[in-house]
Design a protein around this ligand. Structure first.
Ligand SMILES: Nc1ncnc2c1ncn2[C@@H]1O[C@H](COP(=O)(O)OP(=O)(O)OP(=O)(O)O)[C@@H](O)[C@H]1O
Ligand SMILES: [Mg+2]
Length: 243
């Protein structure tokens, strides 16, 4: 559960998060909003990269304010980045193993088993020894998710994993994301502009509109709200054309 209470983030004169309060309880929560709405900033607050000027965030009753990023990782907070962090000159296995090396496994055998399991879960076992530079966009996004599943994740935050994927790649990604709570017990917080991916994955969705909560609730209901449709008109036309 993510509990955000009166959260404000300020960069100079800009408040990308402005007195935001919301409680997110469902297993897969979506976060949508126009470019610059504050979505990544909210993830940065949760993962400890950005310090708010006021307010608190809690995850499963752990108060995160003032807790450094490495401690949050130990608490099971995981995130992917809008620009993937896959090392081009390492193999897929090495990329994921680098995370396992710091995840506190008691020995190398257990760490290796976790690496193999995470890569298998995202469906990339056939790419184990391929270098990062030779992975496709979709494979890099999946590799990022595999990294986020290492250790004992409590909350997996994904920043636009659907960007730049084909339809069949999105369908696979959808299955991977939806299955995460059952696979490892973690809650998922998914940012994406692809409303089809959000609809398919998320029980609950929140909409940020320049730092404020525009809507929040069951995904289908939220996406049907007129003010949300206005903010997403282009995406909905695409969605309806595809239906
Ligand atoms: N480190 C920073 N310093 C100054 N301003 C920032 C910083 N990070 C973000 N911003 C500003 O905060 C606002 C929100 O940015 P954010 O990246 O959270 O948006 P977003 O919803 O993730 O957008 P997108 O969909 O384009 O990824 C923007 O106006 C952005 O320019
Ligand atoms: Mg962003």
């Amino acid at each position: 559960m993510i509990d955000i209470d009166h959260l404000t983030v300020q960069f100079g004169g800009v408040k990308p998060i402005n007195d935001l309060s919301v409680r997110l309880e469902s297993p897969v929560v979506g976060l949508i909003g126009p470019n610059g709405a504050g979505k990544t900033t909210l993830l940065n607050v949760l993962s400890g990269f950005v310090t708010p000027v006021s307010g608190t965030v809690r995850v499963d009753d752990h108060r995160l304010t003032g807790v450094p990023a490495h401690r949050r990782a130990a608490l099971g907070l995981r995130r992917t980045f809008q620009t993937d962090q896959i090392a081009d000159d390492l193999t897929l296995w090495q990329n994921v193993q680098a995370i396992a090396d710091h995840a506190g496994y008691p020995n190398a055998a257990e760490a290796n088993a976790a690496v193999a399991q995470a890569i298998d879960y995202v469906g990339l076992t056939r790419r184990l020894h391929r270098r990062g530079s030779a992975l496709s966009t979709a494979e890099r996004h999946l590799a990022e998710i595999a990294k986020a599943l290492i250790g004992r994740p409590r909350l997996v935050m994904l920043d636009e994993p659907g960007a730049g994927l084909s339809e069949s790649e999105s369908t696979h990604l959808e299955q991977v994301i939806r299955g995460i709570p059952a696979h490892c017990g973690a809650q998922v917080f998914l940012i994406d502009h692809d409303v089809e991916l959000i609809s398919a994955c998320c029980d609950t969705t929140m909409v940020l509109d320049f730092g404020r909560l525009l809507a929040m609730g069951p995904t289908a209901q939220v996406l049907a709200q007129p003010e949300v449709r206005r903010a997403y008109l282009g995406d909905f036309e695409t969605l309806e054309a595809a239906a």
